[in-house]
Design a protein around this ligand. Structure first.
Ligand code: HEM
Length: 161
């Protein structure tokens, strides 16, 4: 009992933060560098079905991971009294993390269920190769931003900047 009350819950939140980031961005890495390039060699009808199957399994996991990143991040801000960093330019990497989080959250919780699915189906029927190219480019941009946020956050949290 004594041990639990002495526990630094901020460290627990940091572990949760990192595990959720690994699950989420690792999934984006896999989709961007393995799944989508593999689809390039397939006929339009078959890649659309296969991509939907992969996406239907990954999207709910990504949503849970994104929520865990938010909750654990907010808990660390509260536990370590870091709120003032959000308006301090020296901690630009904190704002970068939050901007990246917002981008993905809007995509996963708003755009994907409401617009993206229908848009992909419609555009893929008319121009499958072009649609796949655009999807690959968008995923690559999102992945690059996420990797930049990870690089900046680890560097920032450990005194590199
Ligand atoms: C609303 C969203 C987020 C909040 C509130 C948040 C908050 C935080 C806080 C407070 C820390 C600890 C900083 C320190 O120890 O000085 C942290 C660390 C970190 N966060 Fe976030 N974060 C968010 C989103 C993200 C995202 C989207 C990523 C990755 C793409 C990310 C990756 C990291 C990494 C890699 C660390 C460094 C951990 C370490 O090396 O100890 N965070 N975050």
């Amino acid at each position: 009992m004594e041990k639990i009350s002495n526990m630094d819950w901020g460290v627990v939140a940091r572990i949760v933060h990192m595990l959720a980031v690994v699950a989420w961005i690792g999934g984006v890495w896999f989709v961007t560098t393995v799944i989508l390039p593999t689809m390039r060699k397939k006929p339009a009808q078959s890649w659309l079905v296969e991509f939907s199957v992969v996406e239907c399994r990954f999207a709910p996991q990504a949503r849970i991971a994104v929520l865990l990143v938010l909750l654990s991040g907010l808990y660390m801000l509260y536990q370590y009294h870091l709120w003032n960093r959000l308006t301090d330019v020296r901690f630009w990497w904190m704002d970068l993390m939050i901007v990246v989080w917002l981008l993905f959250a809007i995509l996963l919780f708003v755009l994907e269920p409401l617009i993206v699915h229908r848009l992909i189906n419609r555009r893929a029927a008319a121009a499958p190769d072009q649609t796949l190219k655009v999807m690959l480019r968008l995923h690559a941009v999102l992945l690059a931003l996420a990797l930049l946020a990870i690089l900046a956050a680890v560097g920032g949290a450990h005194g590199l900047f």
